[in-house]
Design a protein around this ligand. Sequence first.
Ligand SMILES: [Zn+2]
Length: 524
Amino acid sequence: MKDNAICMFLMKKYRINILKFKVSHTSFCILYSTISYIVYNFINFDKISKWFYIKSEFDYIGLSAFYLIGLCLSIAVFILFAHRWTIKPLAILLTILSGISTYFIAKYDVAIDTSMIVNALNTDTTEVRGLLSIQMVPYLIFLIILPIIVIYFVGITFSGKVKYLLGSITLFASAMVLALGLLYAQFNPIHRAGNMSKKYIIHQLIPVNHMRSIISIIQSRIKTYLPKDDIKEIEVSAHTTTRDNLVVVLAVGESARQKNFSLYGYAKQNTNPILSKDKNLHMLNGVAKYGSTLYALPEILTKEEVPLATITAKAGINTACYSHFSLYDNCGTVGETRVSNCGHGGRCYDEDVIPLLNDNLKSYTSGYKFIVLHLGGGSHGPNYQKRYPPEFQRFHPMCLDADVVNKCTIDELYNSYDNTILYTDYVLGNIINELDNSGVPYVFIYISDHGESLMENDRVFHGMPPGIPLPPEQRHVPLIVKSSIPLSILKRQEYRQPDVYDSILDLLSVESNITDKEGSFLKK
Ligand SMILES: [Zn+2]
């Protein structure tokens, strides 16, 4: 109050009418977002730009597109929440967060993500004091206090309702269209930099990082108040039409591509020494639709929002899901058992699902049974060598750096990736061996969620923007079938992932309102 009075006095005495600095609501949104974006991100420019080097050449176009997308998103989100009573508090809140983040990114090179913001909200004052230092003073003055004073004194004018609404919508829509257009145009370099930096390019981009975290915190808070999905009764009827004895085992892989399976003709080195000895395998041309695990797993395991495991369980079939990493709720009401007590000094690998499978098989006497095995380690980059135990580092020299583009040769990259396929060969070989030894009547199916790019057309890892089809190396995934019972496999050019869902229901004689017999390619 006292400060305010002094201010008023000075303003009167020197006839300063700061309110003369008037800007319209949309101009303020653009000016505030752009100026703060440039200032805060300029200080840590080197931290983000370093991920846009490709073989010592700087990708100016990719980097510019990335920064422009960030600016457009900042403007779009800002205008969405910045209205007559919220615009200044929002600008002040973002200024405080941005100033503090700039300091911590500059000093500690940290990622400002959701967990960081949650921690900051729960930090007590002694911890805060421990983090503060004299070096923070200039940041505090120039990046927080001065901007807040300016924001406080700027006069913002608001037009009439219709004009105001139209102006806001136009700005929001233009920013979003520009951001999306640039993302599609420069997807490859941005996707590559995002993966190699472990998303640091987003966690360090101010204020996109805060906006993303705050939105996700709000989302999760709202979720806790909403009725849980799994409580909702699934409206699906399912029953088995005939009784039979059969165990269906579906193994779901991660980032495995046909191109590097010797079984599918890969000739550089033998990545399938175990499976290639088995003459009773069927190698089919599996195709994936989505390049992201989050979307790809439901392609295999869920249809019309009903998880395959939920439907088999509902039909009275003994069902279990064993997972290394996460199946992201795709086992529905059955839930998933994660691997634990792993060998290799407590470090878990894909092979750790096998003891769970064995225990389950021991209890089998007769009837139908369905088991999902999630080999979630698979061939996921960029640190391929972390996906297999050390004894599977057989192809040398390997690429051991997350910056696979700049620090590794193509040969090294292939060796690291091929070791993951070699390990998958070992795990699948063991699963099949256990099934054979158990003596149960079985059908075994292995399919990967999507493939992987290894510098084909400068692409690495997996994922494409929505609506853009997957490139061949990500699209063609191994689909391997083996059975101990007579089985006919319908001949098709390509086998889609949802066909696996239908085939499993067909094998288990499950009739339901979402069964599609046409999709099934496995016939008893
Ligand atoms: Zn995946």
